[in-house]
Write a protein that binds this ligand. Structure first.
Ligand SMILES: Nc1ncnc2c1ncn2[C@@H]1O[C@H](COP(=O)(O)OP(=O)(O)OP(=O)(O)O)[C@@H](O)[C@H]1O
Ligand SMILES: [Mg+2]
Length: 245
């Protein structure tokens, strides 16, 4: 198992946010964590990356317990911001950990610009890019980290519905090439259905994993997604806390 989370518990002051979160993610698997706003999704990612310290429970990557800040994870926080005074290339190279020199890092980053739809924008500033392009730049920065597991916190949440759709199509097409284990946090049911091998449903107050749905479909298209009414209904029922249908 690539990632194993067991009994993860956390409180903010007196308020219990997470109560015994258990789940695991296989090598190369794309798993979404789907839950309502405020349910504790970002908190789970912050605990994994070591930004916050768990009150109970823990996690392991490749069978080894992880404590504190770990290089196993590349983290794209919610509302990721690029520094406005740095060029896109400088922004993209900011956190990347690539063994070798800064020159090697820049070369690797540049090679990926066209794959991320950013060709020709290396020396532009964030304000000169569209919202979708800025998200792709933030995403490229995360993907360049040589970490096994990508943690994505609502990477497209701040985008308009059309751009978000384009970004989801792009991410779907990128999945094979990224070749990474991904844990995506979202409250967008269609996004979770479209992109995931498995969806974990997070109930709230305090948050626990209340359900799980595996999606086997290999040939995903928007047309396929529009036809997933039954799946959407099942997810909705589980999110609303009804017993499994
Ligand atoms: N720094 C903090 N201090 C106190 N409470 C907090 C803090 N950060 C978050 N919370 C509370 O913890 C709960 C979970 O927050 P979290 O950010 O994990 O939710 P979320 O599922 O990511 O929501 P969203 O979908 O809106 O991003 C919320 O009730 C929130 O009010
Ligand atoms: Mg959040």
């Amino acid at each position: 198992m690539k990632l194993q989370v067991q009994g993860l518990a956390f409180s903010y002051e007196e308020k219990k946010i997470l109560d015994g979160i258990d789940f695991s993610v296989k090598e190369g698997e794309f798993v979404s964590l789907l839950g309502a706003s405020g349910s504790g999704k970002s908190t789970i990612l912050k605990l994994l990356t070591g930004v916050l310290k768990p009150e109970g429970g823990g996690m392991a990557v490749d069978g080894q317990a992880i404590r504190g800040i770990s290089e196993k994870f590349a983290y794209m926080p919610q509302n990721d911001l690029l520094f406005p005074w740095k060029t896109i290339l400088e922004n993209v190279c900011l956190y990347g950990r690539i063994h070798g020199s800064a020159e090697v890092m820049r070369r690797e980053a540049k090679e990926n610009f066209s794959l991320f739809g950013l060709d020709g924008y290396e020396d532009k500033y964030p304000a000169q890019l569209s919202g979708g392009m800025r998200q792709r730049a933030a995403f490229l920065r995360t993907a360049l980290c040589q970490a096994d597991i990508l943690l994505l916190d609502e990477p497209f949440g701040a985008l308009d519905v059309i751009t978000r759709g384009e970004m989801q199509d792009w991410l779907l097409s990128m999945r094979k090439r990224l070749n990474r284990t991904v844990l995506l946090v979202t409250h967008d049911m269609d996004e979770a259905i479209y992109l995931s091998d498995r969806i974990l449903i997070l109930g709230q107050s305090p948050a626990r994993i209340t359900g799980e749905i595996a999606i086997e479909e290999k040939g995903r298209t928007r047309e396929w997604l529009y036809g997933q009414g039954e799946l959407r209904r099942a997810l909705h029922r589980q999110i609303m806390g009804e017993t499994k249908a």
